[in-house]
Design a binder for this molecule. Structure first.
Ligand SMILES: NC(=O)c1ccc[n+]([C@@H]2O[C@H](COP(=O)([O-])OP(=O)(O)OC[C@H]3O[C@@H](n4cnc5c(N)ncnc54)[C@H](O)[C@@H]3O)[C@@H](O)[C@H]2O)c1
Length: 267
């Protein structure tokens, strides 16, 4: 496996109970990392962790609300005590609520800002505190943030979501700069996934029809594929493998970077 090998690494994947996060957790475990899943969905999160462990990997689950500072402190402490360290964070938890701009609902936008922007920011805060040389884990590491193709293109019906994912992109770059300048030893990168048929992705396609932007969810998906040079939707494994790359020594001189994993849609 060489430079992609994550043996000995200790990871926390937020929103890892299902969807892309579950696939990322599985791929990190397959590459050799011990993986803690942090999510609000306790039952599903425990099930996912147990199913990954069947292959012999070390996994765990911790209840985590990424919008809550204390919850982060607890989750990071649990990761360190269970695995004996913490050197890899995947800030994957996210929410998407579609709306036309003329119908923006402050409560919905605030909830996306809370989870997608504040949640990612708090994750960086707690990862830095734990991983930097004077932290309780203390060996540096890597953070991978999950942005979206929505941060790189204009797509109707997702203005609030796009704004929050653009913020994730900027958080990534500032965090990489601070970590480098202050000697934390933590690389910070992000991925911009294209549309994947998870619960979120399928609902988004449905919303495009409900908002009257496309005649049907299938028509919306067809147009997304039409805008994609590689001619298909993304798959969970496409995103998971990109995260393994950014987490691994193969990306040892990569920080402050965003990697489109969108079949070229954002080109
Ligand atoms: N599916 C796509 O097409 C797509 C495309 C681009 C980017 N993304 C991004 O990828 C990430 C994962 O998306 P997905 O498609 O797997 O979505 P999903 O809705 O299937 O899963 C999201 C997970 O995040 C968890 N979560 C939500 N709020 C949380 C909170 N406050 N604290 C902890 N966990 C919380 C949920 O419980 C769930 O397990 C998100 O950040 C999303 O914005 C998805």
């Amino acid at each position: 496996m060489g430079v992609f090998d994550l043996t000995g690494r200790k990871a926390l994947v937020t929103g890892g109970a299902r969807g892309l996060g579950a696939g990322m957790a599985e791929a990190l475990a397959r590459a050799g990392a011990a993986v803690m899943i942090g999510d609000l969905l306790e039952e599903q999160g425990r099930r996912t962790a147990a199913s990954i462990a069947e292959s012999g990997a070390t996994t765990g689950f911790v209840t985590l609300d990424v919008t809550d500072d204390d919850s982060w402190a607890t989750a990071v402490a649990a990761t360190i005590s269970e695995f004996g360290g913490f050197d890899l964070l995947v800030n994957n938890a996210g929410v998407e609520i579609s709306s036309l701009i003329v119908d923006l609902d402050p409560k919905e936008v605030r909830s996306m800002l809370d989870v997608n922007v504040l949640g990612t920011g708090l994750g960086l805060k707690h990862a830095f505190r734990a991983m930097r040389p004077d932290g309780p884990a203390g060996t540096g590491g890597a953070v991978v943030n999950v942005s979206s193709v929505a941060a790189t293109i204009a797509f109707p019906g997702i203005a609030g979501y796009s704004a929050t994912k653009s913020a994730v992109d900027r958080l990534t770059r500032v965090a990489a700069m601070e970590s480098g300048k202050l000697g934390y030893g933590v690389r910070v990168n992000c991925v911009y996934p294209g549309l994947v048929a998870t619960e979120m992705g399928l609902r988004l396609a449905q919303d495009m029809a409900t908002l009257g932007l496309w005649p049907s969810p299938e028509a919306a998906v067809g147009d997304v594929i039409g805008l994609t040079p590689l001619g298909r939707l993304g798959e969970v494994a496409d995103m998971a493998d990109a995260v393994v790359f950014q987490a691994s020594d193969a990306a040892r001189f990569v920080t402050g970077a965003g990697l489109p994993v969108d079949g070229g849609m954002g080109t």
